[in-house]
Design a protein around this ligand. Structure first.
Ligand code: AGP
Length: 634
């Protein structure tokens, strides 16, 4: 979703902004822009240069190359359209009527209509349809008011204007502001949207995500909710929402947080699918080292108090992360014996179930920045606190791939899936990492609650240790098979994915992957539900992809697949080879593993088939239309 980069220092700002924005491209965007300020008189008025372009970042860099954008201070933005079409006039930076104030914003200003009307009544004419444009106009009005009250032009004046204006805004936002009259001041602010300050050598930076900073500095100061900061060449002044000066030590970025290259793969998504054996191997090394006793079968970073008294679990997540949560719920209920519910975070926020005691809430978000998931967790924290739940402060767990994210700062317990940065908008290796996190939790809870025998715990642990190798051979083989099969989907408009039990969420995930990157309509169903309606959709043009793994529901799934075949569906099986599975017109074969670990493997053909169908159609796989990697607005 929208990305912000800002810089003030001794180097030319535009190339740094463009490089930072390039690192944020993976989040998804449809236009980009930057503004720089060149000091023309010592301690006087600067020149604001603003360049914006619809489409890819290259369009913006061509503009900058052609016309230049001088100055050592600047702000940049990649925009994912919310208010107003993805056109140049709606791209950021947005400016006030004087053209001296420029603002970039990530979020949604919910009261923008009201503010716009108020400003229009005062004679302000708007040049965009964005919610953001009210901000530079409000800052301009506030600066004028303060100057007529004797305020002297300075960075501090700009800071105060932003502090005053942010009090008028409702909604979630992160923003960066420059003013041509203060060529040595950059003001940034955030409320419920991420923003981090980077402390570089001879420069300060600010960005909405670490990859944009990691190429310049590893020393970062994540801004807290409601904070506003003034950045000058001399230092940082940080204030909380009440205007009180804050002092905090910066932290060090660990790991490789900048976007790495595609190596020899055509797309990041394909590279990330191929990285899954490494994700699993690292997880086994960290959490399932050899020699752990069945009474304590996994190494997890929580102390005893975390586990005490947990009687039920609720999982909050969106999209693919919710599908991982559904597999997790299956494991926690069926293996560990803990009643578990899964919610769309966006629904939970406004219709949470009645409070039940001794409940652990798990938020699953690979980015750690999904607005709905963060807000749902915050809401749950607040209502438990208000209700006097004695464990309200410790009963939340976040499963994420980004340990420096807002999630990690918000919840007390974090399980890092350690998959390394994922660039492709379609989540693949992070889904696997989330699944593995749930296997670890299920093993842990089963051992603590003694809901499984030692033999069962040892057997599941041993099977999980084999997953990296299974994945290695599976991915290689399925890459070729899926590429061959993809040609059959040239004219396909609808696909149905079937699964049951622990593989039902994988059918949902298969459908989501296909929709996201190939734009083919797809639905995932629990196979037994077909005959209650969806079977009406079946005809020879609708492929049915059925996940059938030996286990409790194997025969049932095969019967459900037969029902589709009887109606002339093209039947594709994701199942082990053998006489039972020769009903399928095409087979994407899986090894015969236990049903319990099968989602870790059955998801691979889903990912590769979607990938190759989209590649065959020549689509923009890593940045599919309309999608964003981090969904930081409601
Ligand atoms: C996954 O392929 C999607 N891009 C999307 O559904 C994603 O899983 C969802 O937006 C949640 O993201 P998160 O894990 O970062 O919270």
């Amino acid at each position: 979703m929208c990305g912000i980069v800002a810089v003030i220092g001794s180097r030319e700002a535009a190339p740094l902004l463009l490089e930072g924005l390039r690192q944020l491209e993976y989040r998804g965007y449809d236009s980009a822009g930057l503004a720089t300020i060149q000091e023309v008189e010592k301690d006087g008025l600067g020149l604001l240069s603003c360049k914006r372009a619809q489409g890819k970042l290259n369009n913006l860099s061509s503009l900058v190359e052609k016309f230049g954008s001088p100055g050592h201070l600047g702000i940049g933005h990649t925009r994912w359209a919310t208010h107003g079409k993805p056109e140049e006039r709606n791209a950021h930076p947005q400016r006030d009527i004087s053209g001296e104030i420029a603002v970039v914003q990530n979020g949604i200003i919910e009261n923008h209509r009201f503010l716009r009307k108020e400003l229009e009544a005062e004679g302000v004419s708007f040049s965009s349809e964005t919610d953001t444009e009210v901000i530079p106009h409000l800052i301009g009005r506030e600066l004028k008011r303060m100057q007529s009250d004797g305020g002297v032009i300075s960075g501090s004046l700009l800071l105060t204007a932003v502090q005053n204006v942010t009090k008028e805004l409702t909604g979630a936002y992160a923003l960066a502001v420059v003013w041509a009259r203060t060529p040595e001041a950059l003001v940034v602010a955030r409320r419920q949207a991420p923003l981090l300050i980077g402390l570089g050598e001879g420069e300060f930076l600010c960005a909405s995500d670490t990859p944009a900073l990691a190429g310049f500095t590893r020393t970062i100061l994540p801004m807290e909710d409601g904070e506003v900061a003034l950045l000058t060449p001399l230092g940082i002044e940080l204030y909380n929402a009440e205007g009180k000066r804050q002092q905090r030590s910066p932290s060090l970025l660990t790991g490789i947080d900048h976007v790495v290259d595609k190596r020899n793969f055509r797309h990041f998504m394909l590279k990330e699918i191929h990285e899954q054996p490494d994700t699993a191997e690292l997880w086994v090394a960290r959490h399932l080292p050899a020699g752990l006793p069945p009474t304590s079968p996994v190494a997890l970073p929580f102390d005893e108090s975390f586990y005490q008294g947990i009687e039920q679990i609720q999982i909050l997540a969106c999209g693919t992360s919710r599908h991982a949560g559904m597999v997790g719920a299956y494991l926690l209920e069926q293996f560990a014996g803990i009643p578990t519910s899964v919610f769309y975070a966006s629904e939970f926020r406004y219709s949470a179930p009645p409070l039940a005691p001794n409940t652990l809430t798990i938020g699953v978000t690979q980015s750690g920045e999904t607005a709905d998931t963060l807000a749902a967790l915050a809401m749950e924290f607040d209502r438990r606190k208000a209700n006097g739940d004695p464990a309200f402060a410790s009963r939340q767990l976040g499963i994420t791939n980004r340990v420096e994210s807002s999630l990690a700062r918000q919840v007390p317990n974090i399980l890092d899936i350690g998959a390394g940065i994922e660039v492709g908008v379609a989540a693949t290796k992070t889904f696997l990492g989330q699944l593995l996190a749930f296997y670890a939790l299920a093993l842990d809870f089963a051992a603590r609650k003694k809901s499984r025998s030692s033999d069962e715990i040892i057997s599941l642990s041993n099977e999980l240790r084999l997953v990296p190798n299974y994945l290695r051979s599976l991915i290689h083989r399925h890459d070729q098979l899926s590429e061959q099969l993809a040609h059959r989907f040239t004219d396909t408009q609808d696909v149905i994915f079937l699964g049951r039990g622990i593989n039902y969420p994988i059918a949902l995930e298969g459908a989501l992957k296909l929709k996201e990157i190939s734009y083919i309509h797809a639905e995932g169903y629990p196979a037994g539900e077909m005959k209650h309606g969806p079977i009406a959709l079946i005809d020879p043009r609708v492929p049915v992809i059925s996940i059938a793994m030996p286990g409790m529901v194997f025969e049932k799934v095969l019967s459900n697949a037969q029902e589709a075949k009887a109606r002339d569906a093209q039947l594709i099986g994701v199942a082990p080879e053998g006489p039972a599975t020769d009903i399928f017109d095409a087979l994407l074969p899986l090894p015969e593993v236990s049903e319990l670990i099968s989602p870790l493997l059955s998801v691979v053909p889903m990912q590769l088939l979607s990938y190759h169908i989209a590649a065959h159609r020549g689509l923009d796989i890593d940045q599919p239309r309309n999608l964003a990697k981090s969904v930081t607005v409601e």
